[in-house]
Design a protein around this ligand. Sequence first.
Ligand SMILES: *Cc1c(COP(=O)(O)O)cnc(C)c1O
Length: 394
Amino acid sequence: MIPYGKQDINQADIDAVVEVLRSDFLTTGPAVNRFEQAVANYCGAQHAVAVANATAGLHLACLALGVGKGDIVWTSPNTFVASANCALYCGAMVDFVDICPKTYNMSVDALAEKLAYAKQNNCLPKVVIPVHFSGQSCDMQAIKMLANEYGFHIIEDASHAIGGRYLNKPIGSCEFSDITIFSFHPVKIITTGEGGLVLTNNTEIADKVNLLRTHGVTRDVDKMQGLSDGAWYYQQIDLGFNYRITDLQCALGLSQLKRLDSFVARRNDLAKKYNMLLKNLPLVLPAVKSDTNYSAFHLYVIQIDEQKTPTTRLQVFNFLRQNGIGVNVHYIPVHTQPYYRCLGFLPGQFPQAEQYYARAISIPMYSKMTDAEQITVAQVLERAFSEIPVGQNV
Ligand SMILES: *Cc1c(COP(=O)(O)O)cnc(C)c1O
């Protein structure tokens, strides 16, 4: 089976992890700081805090921006559930902004319209979480202008997007946001096994995320009430969590970071090749706004073009899986999940995300993919359209 995504681990990565195993610190040691510094430098952001996973990062980001009961957070329906759940963890309410049918990212027009309506009805969001779907940045400049006008904070969910660029700056620079989050799950661009990272140019936010990552406990005497009892002393000054990442993970991340640019370059080469190999099939291929964006290409999503073929998404998906191609679908619109239905959301509320979902298939895309594997994927896809009998329902 050719998988839809896969990590790329070499001997240097393995050696880096083994070196930590032989060292004094398995967690809360020097590799964590080194990894944070390296990612901050890469992105041109002032502060980086590494955490257990991106979900933890999104949760702490919301808390650091003061999200709580009675607040409203908006995100894209075309995302993993974590982008919305983070607000619910804080006791806030979630709502969604429909996507642009070209980029599959949050639509700026839909956002502007929803904000104007929310202002009239006194239900403006405290935070908006744009998701850089598949590794392509949202139109952050436009979203930031709306943030200035309506007074909301921005958390970029860049789980797909480390190594990508927007307006010639690395995604993660936080030029147009308060906070950016990366994920290092093995299917993402670089991996730490599990892991995430919070970037910000705001010192207060960085301090808060740092504190909440470790139970809300501090050893900094300047932050304590009263005096320290001695060198062993710590105080809990907030309600935090254990959202730490280990040195083993950060050593792997540091080693992976060295190859980040080559991983993303390879993904872009594969995308260009797919664009050529698949151009004559009844598919809608991914569009990158190349004047502003360099995508990290976490995913390569094709859509079945219903105008051009009677073959359905389900038929093509099953054919690919049956023929050794490990395809997947990203994403089931979050508002249609049973848990969100219980909160009052209804199918039909975000039609662009729903239409996109009905046609989408993520085909294999990972830096280690060989040219031969890619040609196999293209050939099986071609066969799907020539061999699936017309009118047959699967
Ligand atoms: C993977 C992912 C997450 C969650 O990342 P974890 O590191 O697994 O917690 C959040 N948002 C998006 C868009 C993702 O793809």
